[in-house]
Design a protein around this ligand. Structure first.
Ligand SMILES: C[S@@+](CC[C@H](N)C(=O)[O-])C[C@H]1O[C@@H](n2cnc3c(N)ncnc32)[C@H](O)[C@@H]1O
Length: 195
């Protein structure tokens, strides 16, 4: 059984990924705003920037960024979600892969990692995944990582891991809508630069 919590969930429930895809398709069809993270990332970039959507799932973040003119690659370990991303967002490149083994020829202006992805990683791969984010950034590029509290990855432990991986905080927020991060925040959006 995998130590990766997402893989474990899909092994325990073979319908999990399809249900996840459908949930977001339904939300989008019902008019719910599901691209708040992507709008923040768009505001950080000039037109036509190179973006890696790390743990892209069905592509809701990278798909939006591709639709507004960025050059997007999405990587996710779950082939069902990647197939949905290909179907729903043909304007980007979607790849099945483990972020702990990420080794692309591309370099990116931003690596975006939204939707609690880092909390699903095997603990033993956390620093390696962050190292690979750093290695895939252009000089001056940034990684943006968002996740919630109460998911067995304390914010200070994450920031320490980021430091070990050579990523230093530029801006810390508590939402994707630019609210500042404080000692009592229950969500972290960390904008990190190569140190
Ligand atoms: C809650 S989903 C979020 C998906 C997407 N980022 C979003 O916000 O819509 C978490 C995602 O992390 C992915 N993931 C977890 N561990 C991963 C790994 N080691 N490599 C690649 N993807 C991973 C899962 O497959 C899943 O798609």
């Amino acid at each position: 059984m995998s130590e990766n919590a997402w893989v474990r969930m899909t092994q325990a429930d073979p319908g999990h990924s399809a249900a996840y895809v459908q949930r977001f398709r339904d939300l989008a069809a019902g008019g719910t705003d599901i691209v708040g993270e992507a709008r923040l990332v768009d505001a950080m970039l000039p037109r036509g920037a190179r973006v890696l959507d790390a743990g892209c799932g069905p592509g809701r973040v990278g798909g939006y960024l591709a639709s507004v003119g960025h050059d997007v690659v999405g990587v996710d370990v779950d082939p069902v979600l990647v197939a949905a991303a290909e179907q729903d967002h043909p304007g980007a490149r979607w790849l099945v892969g483990d972020l702990a083994e990420l080794d692309l020829p591309d370099r990116f202006d931003v690596v975006v990692c939204a939707g609690n992805v880092v909390t699903f990683l095997s603990t033993s791969t956390r620093v390696e995944v962050l190292r690979r984010f750093r290695a895939h950034l252009v000089a001056g590029g940034r990684a943006v990582v968002g996740f919630g509290a109460g998911r067995d990855y304390a914010f200070d432990a994450f920031l320490a891991d980021a430091g070990t991986a050579g990523l230093e905080p530029d801006v810390l927020l508590s939402t994707w809508h630019l609210h500042p991060f404080t000692a009592t925040s229950d969500f972290l959006v960390a904008v990190l630069r190569a140190g």
